[in-house]
Design a protein around this ligand. Structure first.
Ligand code: ADP
Ligand code: MG
Length: 575
C-alpha cells in the first residue's frame, strides 16, 4: 500500500491543501462547543442578549469557515484520488503491454483485467477516505479528549470506561472482516474468468449444449461472491447500530452524572452541553477509524495484487546499448537455438540452426506440436531463448530494440486476430500511414480485395470485436494483408493458409512470390503443396530439425518428410 502511495507524488501540492483545510475544519469543530457553552453559561445566565448575539455570530462564522474548508477539501481529495486511479491504471496497462508472453501466461487475462479495474477502484476509494480522515480523525479524537477533560475532569471518567469498549469492538470487527475482504477480490477474479469464457466461448457452448452447465458455473461463482459480500456487509452493518447504542448510552451516562454534579454546583449547564458534544466527536472519530480499519486491509489486499503486476521485471528488455541492424536487409540466422517454455520439462526446441536470405522462401513443416509456431515466435523475440543465438542482418536480436526488430517483420500469427474497426483500419495496423493504394494493393495480393469489394461498404465495412463477422479464411487473408502493407524485410506466415481453399491458396502463393522478391519469407505449413516449391524446407519433429533441403532431396533422404508427403499426395503427383 505504502509502495503504491509513492505514485501520489505528483499530487503533493493538492494533498497539502487538503490536509491544511481538514486541519482548520477540525479546529472549528473543536472550537464550536466551547463557544456554545460560553453562550449558555455567560450570555444566558446573565441575560446578556448582546453577548449572545456577538458570540452566536462568531459561532456562525466559525461554522461557515469549517463548512467551506470541508467542501474545498472534498473537491481536492476527489480530484487527487481519481487522478491517482487514472495514473495507476495507465501504469498497470503499460506494464502488462511490456510483458513477455511467458509473464502473460503466468497471470492470465481475467485477473489482469480485475487488477486494472476493480482493484484500482478499491485503492482509489480508500485514498479518498484516508485523505479526509488522516488529519481530522486523530485531531478530533485527541482534541476531543483534551477539551472534554478541560471541561470537567471527574466526568471524563465516563470516557475512560467507554473507549476500551469501543476499541475492543473495532478489533473484533476488523478481525472478522479483513479475511473476508481479501477473499472477495479472488471471487471477483473468478466471476471475471467465468464470464469471459462464457462470452468468448458462446459458439462452442451452444454447439455442445452446455448452456445449462455454464449457467450453473456462473451462478456458483456469483453466489459465492454474494454470500461473502453478505457476510461482510452483515458485520459492517451491525457495527453502526452498536456504535450508536454505545453513543447514546454514553450520553445518558454523561447527563446522569453531569446532572448530579450540576446539582451539587460543581459544573455548569453549558459545560455539560459542551462535554456531550466532545464525547460525540471522540466517538465519531473512532467510528471513522474503524472504517479505515476495515477499508484499508481490503485496499491493501488490492494494492498487493496491483504491485505484483507493477513489480514484474519484464524478462524481455531492450539492452542498454542497442545496435541498429540496417547494414543488410533480410538476413536471418539461427545458431544452435534451444528453447523451453517456463515449467516445461523438455525443451520445445533443440539445437535449431539454419539461415535464410532475401529472395528465399523457407518452409517449416512438421506434425502438430512439433514446435513450428514456437520456432517462428522466437524470431520477433516473443520469448527469449535458453541458449544459442538468433541473428538478423548479422546482429543478435537481443542487441536490438524490440521496436526495431519487430519493424522488420511482417508477422501473420497462426490464430488470426482482428480488431474492432473498419477493414481499412485493420490493414493500416501494419503501417499507420499507408495510403489507400497501398492498402488496396496489399488486399489484392492477399486475395482479399474481391470479397472486400463485394461487401456492402467495401473497405469501410466494420469488423466486429474478435472478427466474428468474417469467415476464418477471410480473417486469415486480412491478417496477411496487414503484414503485406508493411513491406517488411522478413515475412513470417504461421500456418496462415490453412483455412484457405486450394485454389485461393495457390493464387495467393503466386501473387506473394512477386511481392516478396526482395524479402525473406518463412512459411509454416501443413500442406506439402504449399511448401513444395520452397528454396529450403525444414522438417521439424519433437522440437528438432530432422531434415532440411529441397523437396526432391528430402524425398530421398528424410523418412519423416516422406511420410508426410505420402499421407497427402498421390503416387502420380510424387513422380
Ligand atoms: P506447432 O505449431 O508445431 O503445432 P507449437 O510450437 O505450438 O507446435 O508447440 C510445440 C510444443 O510446445 C507443444 O508441445 C506445446 O504443448 C508446447 N507449447 C506451445 N505453447 C506453449 C506455451 N505457451 N506454454 C507452454 N507450452 C507450450
Ligand atoms: Mg502452430
Amino acid at each position: 500500500m505504502i509502495k503504491l502511495f509513492k505514485n501520489l507524488k505528483p499530487y503533493s501540492a493538492s494533498i497539502g491543501i487538503v490536509l491544511v483545510l481538514m486541519f482548520f475544519q477540525s479546529l472549528s469543530q473543536l472550537y464550536l462547543p466551547t463557544l456554545m457553552s460560553d453562550i449558555v453559561d455567560i450570555g444566558v445566565v446573565m441575560g446578556d442578549t448582546k453577548y449572545i448575539l456577538k458570540v452566536g455570530g462568531f459561532m456562525l462564522l466559525v461554522a461557515i469557515g469549517g463548512t467551506i474548508s470541508t467542501v474545498i477539501a472534498s473537491f481536492f481529495s476527489s480530484k487527487i484520488s481519481v487522478g491517482f486511479g487514472k495514473d495507476l491504471r495507465r501504469k498497470v496497462f503499460t506494464r502488462v503491454e511490456s510483458f513477455s508472453l511467458n509473464e502473460f501466461d503466468k497471470f492470465g487475462t481475467s485477473t489482469l483485467i480485475t487488477r486494472t479495474t476493480n482493484d484500482i477502484t478499491q485503492v482509489q476509494q480508500v485514498t479518498i477516505l484516508i485523505l479526509r480522515m488522516m488529519v481530522s480523525a486523530p485531531m478530533m479524537c485527541i482534541g476531543g479528549i483534551v477539551m472534554a477533560v478541560s471541561r470537567d475532569v471527574k466526568l471524563s471518567l465516563v470516557i475512560v470506561v467507554i473507549i476500551p469498549v469501543l476499541v475492543a469492538l473495532i478489533a473484533v470487527v476488523a478481525k472478522k472482516g479483513i479475511p473476508l475482504f481479501k477473499a472477495m477480490q479472488l471471487k471477483i477474479d473468478k466471476i471475471n474468468l467465468v464470464t469471459r469464457e462464457g462470452l468468448t466461448g458462446i459458439r462452442v457452448i451452444r454447439a455442445f449444449n452446455r448452456i445449462d452447465s455454464e449457467k450453473k458455473r456462473f451462478n456458483d461463482a456469483n453466489k459465492d461472491l454474494m454470500s461473502t459480500a453478505i457476510k461482510v456487509n452483515r458485520i459492517m452493518a451491525s457495527l453502526f447500530p452498536i456504535m450508536m447504542l454505545l453513543l447514546n448510552l454514553t450520553t445518558v451516562a454523561i447527563i446522569w452524572f453531569g446532572g448530579i454534579r450540576i446539582d451539587n454546583g460543581n459544573m455548569q449547564v453549558g459545560d455539560l452541553m459542551a462535554f456531550i458534544q466532545y464525547v460525540m466527536q471522540i466517538m465519531f472519530a473512532l467510528i471513522m477509524f474503524s472504517m479505515m480499519f476495515v477499508m484499508v486491509p481490503r485496499a491493501s489486499a488490492s494494492a498487493v495484487r496491483i504491485n505484483e503486476v507493477l513489480e514484474v521485471n519484464p524478462e524481455i528488455k531492450d539492452s542498454k546499448k542497442t545496435i541498429k541492424a540496417d547494414s543488410k536487409r533480410g538476413f536471418i540466422e539461427l545458431k544452435d537455438v534451444t528453447f523451453s517454455y517456463h515449467g516445461a520439462e523438455e525443451p520445445a526446441l533443440k539445437n535449431i540452426s539454419f539461415s535464410a536470405e532475401p529472395g528465399e522462401v523457407t518452409a517449416i513443416i512438421g506434425g502438430t506440436g512439433s514446435g513450428k509456431s514456437t520456432l517462428v515466435n522466437l524470431i520477433p523475440r516473443f520469448y527469449d531463448i535458453d541458449s544459442g543465438s538468433i541473428y538478423i542482418n548479422g546482429v543478435d536480436i537481443r542487441e536490438m530494440t524490440q521496436e526495431d526488430l519487430r519493424a522488420k517483420i511482417g508477422f501473420v500469427p497462426q490464430k488470426a486476430v482482428l480488431f474492432s474497426g473498419t477493414i481499412t483500419q485493420n490493414i493500416k495496423y501494419g503501417k499507420e500511414n499507408a495510403t489507400d493504394d497501398e492498402i488496396f494493393h496489399a488486399a489484392e495480393i492477399a486475395q482479399a480485395a474481391e470479397f472486400i469489394t463485394e461487401m456492402k461498404e467495401g473497405f469501410d465495412s466494420f469488423i466486429s470485436q474478435g472478427g466474428t463477422n468474417v469467415s476464418g479464411g477471410q480473417k486469415q487473408r486480412l491478417s496477411i494483408a496487414r503484414a503485406l502493407v508493411r513491406q517488411p524485410e522478413i515475412y513470417v506466415f504461421d500456418d496462415s493458409f490453412s483455412a484457405l481453399d486450394f485454389k485461393t491458396d495457390a493464387k495467393l502463393r503466386i501473387a506473394l512470390k512477386n511481392e516478396t522478391k526482395e524479402s525473406t519469407v518463412i512459411i509454416v505449413a501443413q500442406r506439402v503443396s504449399t511448401v513444395m516449391n520452397a528454396d529450403r524446407i525444414i522438417v521439424l519433429d519433437e522440437g528438432s530439425i530432422v531434415g532440411m533441403g529441397k523437396h526432391k532431396e528430402l524425398l530421398k533422404n528424410c523418412e519423416i518428410y516422406r511420410e508426410i508427403v505420402a499421407s497427402q499426395l498421390s503416387e502420380e503427383e510424387l513422380a
